[in-house]
Design a protein around this ligand. Structure first.
Ligand SMILES: CC(C)(COP(=O)(O)OP(=O)(O)OC[C@H]1O[C@@H](n2cnc3c(N)ncnc32)[C@H](O)[C@@H]1OP(=O)(O)O)[C@@H](O)C(=O)NCCC(=O)NCCS
Length: 183
């Protein structure tokens, strides 16, 4: 199982002490503004169980992230569990507590995940996607060098057409572009 370190962050397996702060961020309507609903404590705990099992099994996945003051959320790799024009694919994603926004932590953690994915894991390409309205997440994607072709925008299959979160944007970055580019 790989743990990753950056100048300020530690990406690691999940611990029982993460359960309470993770439930708090999953229950925060501002953090979950671009998701269908906030999560209950049970749903949040079940998510930890699932993603930590993936980390243990695959050696990579959605890592728990520690900043200097402790746990702030997750950043990492996951396969979308729905079908769309771009699946199967490997996604990079992030979800941080509100107090951890505005420090560059998501971008810093994601940069080390990208390096791991494109070197050690030799993945050919990654996608990232979010609701059209999620400007903060889209800004992370752009800072990392991901690009969007509007022709690839899609309607999230798990949401109904009356849901303003259904229109999603898709961003891509392939290994060749990453190796050639500034990071
Ligand atoms: C998406 C999300 C992770 C982005 O967080 P973020 O803090 O905006 O992004 P970063 O961690 O990259 O930080 C960038 C900001 O930190 C600032 N910053 C401060 N100190 C910095 C430093 N030392 N280095 C880099 N940036 C720094 C940047 O200027 C930038 O500020 P700005 O937003 O005013 O332009 C966060 O909003 C979130 O968890 N949202 C809820 C979950 C979610 O929607 N996830 C995505 C679903 S697909």
């Amino acid at each position: 199982m790989t743990e990753l370190r950056t100048e300020r962050l530690f990406l690691r397996r999940w611990r029982d002490t993460d359960r309470e702060p993770f439930a708090a961020l999953n229950g925060d309507p501002e953090v979950m503004r671009h998701f269908p609903a906030t999560l209950t404590r049970e749903q949040s705990d079940a998510m930890i169980d699932r993603i930590d099992a993936d980390l243990a099994h695959q050696g990579y996945g959605l890592w728990a992230v520690d900043a200097p003051d402790g746990f702030i959320g997750f950043v990492g790799l996951a396969r979308p569990r729905f079908e769309a024009h771009f699946t199967p694919a490997m996604e990079i994603g992030w979800r941080l507590s509100r107090h951890a926004w505005g420090h560059g932590y998501a971008t810093e953690a994601a940069r080390t995940v990208l390096a791991h994915a494109f070197t050690t894991l030799a993945m050919p390409a990654l996608v990232s996607f979010t609701a059209h309205t999620n400007a903060r997440s889209r800004a992370v994607m752009q800072r990392l060098g991901f690009t969007r072709d509007p022709a690839e925008d899609f309607q999230h299959p798990n949401m109904t057409p009356d849901n303003p979160l259904q229109p999603c944007v898709l961003y891509r970055l392939d290994a060749e572009t990453w190796h050639a580019g500034p990071r």
